[in-house]
Design a protein around this ligand. Structure first.
Ligand code: SF4
Length: 409
């Protein structure tokens, strides 16, 4: 529970190191930078402390170790980061501590250590249970390793596990996707994230598709896979609560709900994004430059008693139109949609007044629907959500802000 007079806050901690770079990945993650790890943990510890002084009126209710591959991090570093968070922030009693993990390095010992350190939600990158699809994605684990890691996570005491899967892969059929999803469900995870592959420019996969070495994903097959997923997971008792996310009762990801509800979060680590004190900003992406910049901020704080956050590379104070558009786009990602009354209480205006034309247009196109005080995406709208979101962007934004590009991703 959040204490009275305190605002809630989510923390995101970015660990950018991976054992190898997956061909489809455009995250801020790197292979071959292990030599930076000894300096990276002290830098993130310093950043946790630096921001703590600015968040004294906030109570942290979720913390998410994302990457990269946080499960590669030594347990002593994870423990040090957890201690620093506890020392520098007020935390709620029922805090969610999530950690992203790859099956490869999840030994029983490591899982037991993570659980003992306080991690209470594990998010495992499975992506597929087909050997050829895992190879195409450059994943370094086998289907069998996923089952072993999941069983070990249960033995270690993890009662809240998410598994990430990908559909819409080149040459993936409806049948192979059905097989992957059915066998994943048979493990009984509390949460499932099922993302359609997007072939991002700049990735190795993009190059291979461009050159014709790999077939382009077929959007019609991806749509069939998505619709089948909705039916199947509903039969298995998972609630579809966000475009790409399903959960057993009360097992929604509290951290990601913070983003979709446009609530504040502080991101720490290389390239991490924040929405805090009405501002959006992002850290320097390159881990070595991030480490140096945090060091410079810390020295300035020691010498002058105050400092500018030199690790922050870019920021903006979003104007009201942008804030409203962000709240609409993020809120519509949730299956329950946006409540007109709650939105008016928070922002002083009803969506049906502010976006009357756009809502009317997409209701007529069958992508949005009204249900009492709620406005939400229809089943077709879930497949074509970007068509709706683009129309909600403020007109003065000729170029999309980074934050909005993320919202549409
Ligand atoms: S493990 Fe995750 S973060 Fe690392 S390269 Fe693969 S997809 Fe990207």
């Amino acid at each position: 529970m959040i204490a009275p007079n305190m605002n809630r806050l989510a923390l995101y901690l970015h660990i950018p190191f991976c054992s190898s770079k997956c061909g489809y990945c455009d995250f801020n993650s790197y292979e071959g930078l292990d030599h930076l790890v000894p300096d990276y943990t002290p830098a993130i510890l310093s950043e946790i402390e630096l921001w703590g002084a600015a968040a004294t009126k906030h109570e942290v209710h979720t913390i998410f170790f994302g990457g990269g591959t946080p499960s590669l991090t030594d347990i002593s570093d994870i423990e040090a980061i957890i201690s620093a968070v506890k020392k520098n922030y007020s935390l709620t009693d029922d805090i969610e501590w999530s950690l992203e993990a790859n099956p490869t390095e999840l030994t029983l010992n490591h899982l037991q250590d993570l659980r003992k350190a306080g991690i209470n939600r594990l998010s495992m990158g499975v992506q597929s249970l087909q050997t050829d699809e895992l190879k195409l994605l450059d994943r370094d684990h086998s289907p069998e390793r996923v089952f072993e890691a999941f069983a070990d996570a249960r033995s270690a005491g993890f009662e809240n596990i998410n598994l990430d899967l990908m559909f819409g892969l080149p040459d993936q059929t409806l049948e192979t996707w059905q097989d992957t999803l059915e066998r994943t469900v048979s493990m009984g995870p509390e949460h499932l994230s099922c993302y359609a592959l997007t072939v991002e420019p700049g990735t190795a996969l993009y190059y291979q598709v461009e050159k014709g070495f790999i077939a382009e994903p077929d959007p019609d097959i991806a749509a069939d896979q998505y619709e089948w997923t909705q039916k199947k997971l509903d039969q298995h008792g998972y609630s579809h609560y966000e475009i790409s996310n399903w959960a057993k009762p009360s097992k929604e990801c509290l951290h990601n709900l913070t983003y979709w509800q446009a609530q504040p979060y502080l991101g720490m680590g290389a390239g991490a994004h924040s929405f805090f004190a009405g501002q959006r900003f992002a850290n320097i992406e390159a881990p070595n430059r991030y480490i140096d910049a945090v060091g410079a901020t810390k020295i300035q704080r020691m010498e002058e008693g105050k400092s500018t956050m030199q690790q922050v590379a870019a920021g903006e104070t979003p104007n009201r139109n942008t804030i409203l558009a962000d709240a609409m786009i993020l809120g519509l990602r949730l299956l329950k949609g946006i409540n007109e009354i709650n939105f008016e209480m928070e922002y002083g205006v009803k969506p049906s007044e502010l976006y009357a034309e756009q809502i009317e247009k997409h209701v007529n196109l069958g992508l949005l629907t009204r249900d009492g005080n709620w406005i939400k995406l229809t089943p077709n709208g879930l497949l074509l959500s970007n068509e709706v979101f683009i129309d909600l962007l403020p007109e003065e934004n000729e170029a999309l802000s980074t934050a909005q590009e993320q919202l549409l991703a």
